[in-house]
Design a protein around this ligand. Sequence first.
Ligand SMILES: Nc1ncnc2c1ncn2[C@@H]1O[C@H](COP(=O)(O)OP(=O)(O)OP(=O)(O)O)[C@@H](O)[C@H]1O
Ligand SMILES: [Mg+2]
Length: 459
Amino acid sequence: MKSIGARLALWYASAATVTLACLFVAGYYLLEGYLIHGLDLLNQSEFAQIRAHLGPDYRDLSPAVINQRIRETTNFASVLFYIDIRTRGHGTIFYSNNLHGRSLPDLRGKSRYLIRLPDVGLLRVGEFPLPPYEVILATSETQVDGVMEGYSEVCVALLVLMLGMSTAIGFGLSRVALRPVRLIRETASRIGSDNLSERIPVPAVQDEIADLAQLLNAMFERLEDSFRNVRRFAADASHELKTPLSLARLHAEKLLANGTLSADNEEEILTLLEDLSRLNGTIDELLFLSRAEARSITLQLAPHDPATVLASFNADAEVLAEHRGLVFSFTHEGTGRAICEPRWLRRVLLNLLSNAVNASPPGGRIELRSVIDREFWRMSIEDEGPGVPETERAHIFDRFVRLRSASGPDHEGTGLGLAICRGIIDLHRGRIHVESGHGGRGLRVVFEIPAADPSYTGA
Ligand SMILES: Nc1ncnc2c1ncn2[C@@H]1O[C@H](COP(=O)(O)OP(=O)(O)OP(=O)(O)O)[C@@H](O)[C@H]1O
Ligand SMILES: [Mg+2]
């Protein structure tokens, strides 16, 4: 069973039901003993009555008189009592009628006992000395059996009820008791590398759960510190690299400007300058990613009309695609405005277009679809290239991930393009993912950002 709540409820229900069952069993024996003791008292009071009726001079009475006196006393109680009076040596001198001539068995050494008589059933017997006689009185135990049977039935019904009720109460209690644990789970599952500052609410009562919440919070504190240090390191390292890189570029440009280099050397310096500029670009991108992850970039977010945002990009995309022998098409549906900063969105679109262009086969088609509704502005760029295997799709937004199969031989990317796209879309509070293109061919990159509330009239 996976849920602790369910387990606690069942343990609680089992413990409560077993405890009640034990009490019922103890109650059974106590009640039975009490009822049998009641039968003994009945026998005893009947004996007292017989003795009183025989009178103090009973020793001098003839057996016939004794028989008559006892019969006078006991006739009316013949339903309740079985009576057998005997003398040592002479045997029984009196049987009650309900014994039909049979004597009550005498168990040696016992004065109170249970016996079973054929046709009569279970009897509680008491032996009382009345020298020179011995009076043996018995009462039927059937009533006690009936009561005990009823008791057992009531107990079983109560146990079933107890099991049902305690399971329901157990579930209720476990839900209440585990509420702080659920709260911890919900908060902990929300905490990720992008919102490490969130903390688990610590319950007011200082118990084990509060300790656990504090422990987890302390762990998140340490994690946040480590993440901050890693990001700061990436940002600092990128920043520190920029100055020597600029100096190297200045020196190279100076060498070129001097005009004293041979044609070969000049060629080498030009290649060096190209590499330096690519390195500079990579450092800029890393710096951007570090700052985006640390949320230290503030976008100028405002409502914009998608058609206007896309107009200049579409013109550039058409030219770029045509230059590479590809066909670019564009559709837009819906009206409304989206919350964005257009220059950053343009950067996302250019990155995605460059990937699509690199992946497309000659003459391939690249399609940009844009739809805006009340909630989101959704865009997708689809190409007819080799696509990305499903197992790789989760990773291609990570830094420096390049899949050899997809990149054309003339394309040497750094693997930062999609990471930057995701950074920018995150800053717009949007989402981005990839899926297969139309008919399972190519790749479709889909992203969406929130649309503006139609009642918003600000800039
Ligand atoms: N449209 C696509 N079709 C097939 N594979 C793609 C597509 N877009 C991206 N990929 C794969 O995902 C990898 C990562 O893309 P990303 O844009 O992050 O890096 P890049 O294009 O290699 O380098 P950069 O964009 O930094 O110049 C690419 O190397 C490529 O293998
Ligand atoms: Mg790219």
